[in-house]
Each structure stands twice: as C-alpha cells, then as structure tokens.
Design a protein around this ligand. Structure first.
Ligand SMILES: Cc1ncc(COP(=O)(O)O)c(C=O)c1O
Length: 400
C-alpha cells in the first residue's frame, strides 16, 4: 500500500517557489542574482498597520477568535465592498482566512465533488489547477493568447461550459499576465454566465488596486448583479497593503457557501492570526494613501520593463493593465542557441539558461499554462529592473 495519497500524486510543487529557491541557492554560492520570481510587493507594510498590530498585542488580543473572522474585520470588509465595489454584503456573508489562498482553497474543498469541472483561463495563477485537483475536481483550461491581451472571449467560455461545470475562476488583473478585463470585456463573460445558471463564479480580485492609466477595475457581481447569488468575491490585504506575510484574505458571497467555507476552516486551521486580523482592520479602515503611492511606483516600473523587453531581440511584451507582472512571449527565441551553447527548445530551458548565464531569475511560462513565455515580477527596485532587463537584452542578442 502506498503511503502517500493518490491525490497528492496529481499535484505539482509550486514552480514559483522552486525558482525563488534556486535563485537563493545561486546567490548563497556567490553568484550575482537578480530575482524577479517572487510575487510580492517590495515595499514595507505601512506604519499605521504595524502600529495597530502592536496595539492589539498590548491589548491582549492574542487568543482564539471566531473561526472565520472577528466582527470588527467583517464590518470593515463589508464597508470596503460597498465603498470600492458598490457591493452590499452583511457580515454573515463574509469569511476571513489565512490569506486569499486559504479562502479560495476552502471554497473549492467545500463545494467540489469528483467529476465537477472548474474553468480556469490560461495563463493562470499556478495554484488554481492544483487546488482544484487537491479538492477532487477537474480543471478545464481556456487559453487567452497574447493576441487578445491574454484574455478569453465569451465564445471561448461558452464552449468550455458543460453540465459538469461548477465554477468559473476569474482573476483580473491577472497573475501572471497583468491582464485586466474592462467592463465591456467582463460583460461579455457575465452574459455567457447568465445563460448557464448552474455555473458559479469565483473571482479573485487580489490585484484590484494595482491598475494603471485610465483602466478601471470591475468585478463580476458589480458588472452583472444577476450573478450576485452565485458569486464568491475574493480579495485580501496581501498585495494591496504589502502584507503578504500577515496572511489575511477574505471573501463574500451567499451565506450558505460562507458557512460551508467556515466549516472547512473550523476543522483544519481555525481562525487566522488574531493580531493580523486587527492589522487588517486598520488596513481597510485607516488612511489609504499607500495604495496610490504603490500604484504610481508599479506603473513607472511596468513602463520601464515593457519598453526594455520590447527592445530585446526575439521578445514581445504587451502592455498589461495591472498587477505587478509582465508576461512576454519568447516565440522569437525558440530554436536558437545561447552564447554558452544551450539550445532554447522551450520556455523552461530559456529561463534556466537565463538564470545560469546572466543571473536573472524569472518563471517559465509552462508553469502558468501558456507558452512560450516567461513571467517577470517587477515588484523590485528600478535599478534592479533596469539591470535585469539589460542582461535579458544581452542574453537575447547573444542567441543565434
Ligand atoms: C492571483 C492570486 N491570488 C491569490 C494569491 C494569494 O494571496 P495571499 O497571499 O493572500 O494568500 C496570490 C498570491 O500570489 C495571487 O497571485
């Protein structure tokens, strides 16, 4: 009898964590490495949020809390949804977990049965397919190619829906492509979903605040109120307030689903950290200047990286609407040989050769379900980005 479960055998370890580890190893061995793999803001958590956490500790708010969140945080989340998304939720419709990741995972565990299908647009955040597999469901991929800005169309969504479809996972702006759906593009998808009342929507709005230029963020239940009763609107403080280590994510949706998610959490991890919850109350209720400041910095870096990558031979990099990622195509590099003699057969080989020959760590596109591409996280300093892009340009110039 095998010791490890069959379910585990279907799941891959996170490739983004693997790249980060490999870059750290090379760095430890003395190599000059620029890591563009990690998906977290390089800014510090704002001081008012840290102070709120310290105050919570001093006030003894250090015990178990309600499993799915303290009332004060649920109230702050309801106010956020009203203020920023025009969505009305009551605290009983809100759940808080240990990061957005746990909320999404618990929702899948709470709802999927064998045979249930989950539609995931590709390129996708690496965790979606494996979370679906761990929860016993079947991921179904729909490709959004570079030509459509890495977005899928209503027609493609319609074609992927079957009687077994349970969820459609939607992520805009997207990790890894940065693609953001405007209202008309999203309406095209919600119109399709209105014709299929058995399909539920899990929207991952984690990068909501990181949108650039005149792009306006919108979320499915806002664009199509008819979907409100079958939409789980997920969000969190990790990316919006540089709080990745604090581990607070949240979601709102129909009360029965919220209760089911809480049931999974009650028998697995219980409440998210009490101190982090109080910090999140301050993040949502306190001054919001950090958001505009970080958005301006990320927009400047996006423009820098896109311009420099498009000057690299064989690379094409569309301008994404948001998040802090770009997802250039390396179609023009495939089949060539690097200066050190590596034949570039696919994007994984490209990323490995780039790391070994130039010290720039990126994540290969196959990890996100759309190739041949790579992902750069530009959540690092302008100087590091400029140097990394210069090395990428040199690497590409050396291909023949
Ligand atoms: C699209 C997307 N959703 C969810 C998460 C998870 O966020 P959290 O840190 O709140 O678990 C991430 C983190 O990288 C992400 O990129």
């Amino acid at each position: 009898m095998a010791f490890l479960s069959d379910t585990l055998a279907r799941v891959k370890p996170s490739p983004t964590i693997a790249v980060t580890q490999k870059a750290a190893e090379l760095k430890a061995a003395g190599k000059d490495v620029i890591g563009l793999g990690a998906g977290e803001p390089d800014f510090d958590t704002p001081q008012n949020i840290k102070d709120a956490a310290k105050a919570a500790i001093d006030a003894g708010k250090t015990k178990y809390t309600a499993v799915d969140g303290i009332p004060e945080l649920k109230k702050a989340i309801c106010a956020k949804f009203k203020r920023e998304n025009g969505l009305d939720y009551t605290p009983a419709q809100v759940t808080v977990g240990t990061g957005g990741k746990q909320v999404l995972y618990n929702a899948l565990v709470a709802t999927l049965n064998p045979g249930d299908e989950v539609i995931i647009p590709a390129p996708y955040w690496v965790s979606y397919p494996d979370m679906v597999l761990l929860a016993g469901g079947t991921p179904v991929f729909v490709e959004g190619p570079m030509q459509t800005g890495y977005k899928i169309t209503g027609e493609q969504l319609e074609a992927a829906i079957t009687p077994n479809t349970k969820w459609f996972i939607f992520n805009s702006p997207s990790n890894p492509s940065g693609a953001g759906y405007n209202r008309a593009e999203l309406k095209e998808l919600t119109d399709v979903l209105m014709r299929h009342p058995h399909v539920w929507v899990m929207t991952d709005d984690m990068y909501e605040h990181l949108v650039f230029g005149d792009f306006e963020f919108c979320t499915p239940a806002q664009v199509e109120p008819g979907l409100y009763d079958r939409t789980l609107t997920c969000n969190g403080v990790s990316k919006a307030y540089a709080m990745t280590g604090w581990r607070i994510g949240y979601a709102a949706g129909p009360q029965a689903l919220i209760k089911a998610i809480g049931k999974v959490q009650s028998q697995s991890t219980s409440n998210p950290s009490s101190i982090s919850q109080w910090a999140a109350v301050e993040a949502l209720n306190g001054p919001q200047d950090y958001i505009a400041d970080s958005r301006a910095a990320f927009e400047r870096r996006r423009n820098l990286v896109v311009a420099m990558l498009n000057e690299a031979e064989g690379i094409r990099c569309p301008m994404p609407e948001g998040a802090f990622y770009v997802y250039p195509s390396i179609a023009g590099c495939i089949g060539k040989t690097s200066a050190a003699g590596t034949k570039i057969t696919d994007d994984e080989v490209f990323a490995t050769a780039l790391l070994e020959e130039t010290g720039v760590a990126v994540v290969f596109g196959a990890a996100f379900g759309l190739s041949p591409n790579f992902r750069i996280s530009y959540a690092t300093s302008d100087e590091a980005l400029t140097e990394a892009c210069r090395r990428i340009q040199d690497f590409c110039a050396g291909l023949n």
